[in-house]
Design a protein around this ligand. Structure first.
Ligand code: NAD
Length: 260
């Protein structure tokens, strides 16, 4: 049986790897989905989903680092499919930087999207859930980077540690309303973000294109990089009634990588 029937999911960063896989999985599980990304028009893959699920899917263009954009996004989502019952707070950006060289601009871009954006999207959706008396759920995308240091990625690691922290605090604040707030902490997942990460490492460490990606996959205890669908399945579970007694957790979906 489909596990998300009757739900309206708002998912951000859906033109990317994990966001697209999650939107596909949520639609398959019977949810109505409002899928968000920066581009004015949906990607080819999102257009295909629209064709497949015309009554259950809408695409919205929004920038989660901007308050006006968040307000318009949440209002348009609610206008189309009613109260948002579950949020997959997934949009984020990545950049490499030596800790002695990270610029203020680099820092601001990472924190504006990954921390400020995640926080205020969550706040806007939680306000709507509370106002509508909805016992919904939120899942924030953190990262194993938020659980450990990385010499060349300090600002990204700190941004993801902040996501884990906000997840815990929001879960406690929302528990009296019956709203659950959890996180997912992926390890290394084969998405468009990793193409960019690999290219940035190649430049920083003098490697061939593809070399870093291959090495990180082999270093995972299970021996390979995860697929976006691995993360999407965890997102479906956390949004579903199967997870009704789970809150304030950030689940590692990483093939054991955080232990290595
Ligand atoms: P991705 O780069 O493939 O997709 C991210 C999407 O977010 C893109 O489509 C991008 O356009 C969108 N986005 C960026 N800034 C935005 C903004 N301001 N407003 C709206 N949309 C915006 O990334 P992914 O690998 O699918 O990652 C998804 C999530 O998982 C992110 O939070 C990422 O930090 C996290 N994560 C990924 C990995 C990995 O190995 N791929 C590991 C750990 C955590």
């Amino acid at each position: 049986p489909q596990r998300l029937i009757g739900q309206h999911a708002l998912l951000t960063g859906t033109a990317g790897g994990i966001g697209l896989a999650a939107t596909t999985a949520f639609l398959r599980e019977g949810a109505h989905c409002t899928a968000v990304d920066l581009a004015a028009t949906p990607s080819a893959e999102l257009q295909a989903l629209l064709a497949q699920y015309p009554s259950h899917f809408q695409y919205l263009s929004a920038d989660v680092s901007r308050q006006d954009s968040i307000a318009a996004m949440v209002a348009a989502a609610r206008a189309k499919f009613g109260t948002i019952t579950t949020l997959l707070n997934n949009a984020a950006v990545f950049s490499l930087g030596d800790i002695l060289e990270i610029t203020e601009k680099q820092y601001e871009v990472i924190f504006n999207v990954n921390v400020k954006g995640m926080f205020f999207v969550m706040q806007a959706v939680l306000k709507q859930m509370v106002a509508d008396g909805c016992k919904g759920s939120v899942t924030n995308l953190a990262s194993q980077a938020g659980r450990r240091g990385e010499a060349l990625v300090a600002h990204y690691c700190a941004s993801k540690a902040a996501v884990i922290s906000y997840t815990q605090s929001a879960a406690l604040a929302m528990a009296p309303h019956g709203i659950r707030v959890n996180g997912i902490s992926p390890g290394v997942i084969d998405t468009p973000m990793w193409k960019d990460v690999d290219a940035q490492f190649a430049k920083a460490e003098g490697l061939q294109i593809g070399e870093k990606k291959k090495a990180v996959g082999l270093a995972v205890p299970l021996g390979y990089m995860g697929a976006p669908e691995d993360v999407a399945r965890a997102a479906v579970f956390l949004a579903s009634p199967e997870a009704s007694y789970i809150t304030a957790q950030t689940l590692n979906v990483d093939g054991g990588n955080v232990m290595s």
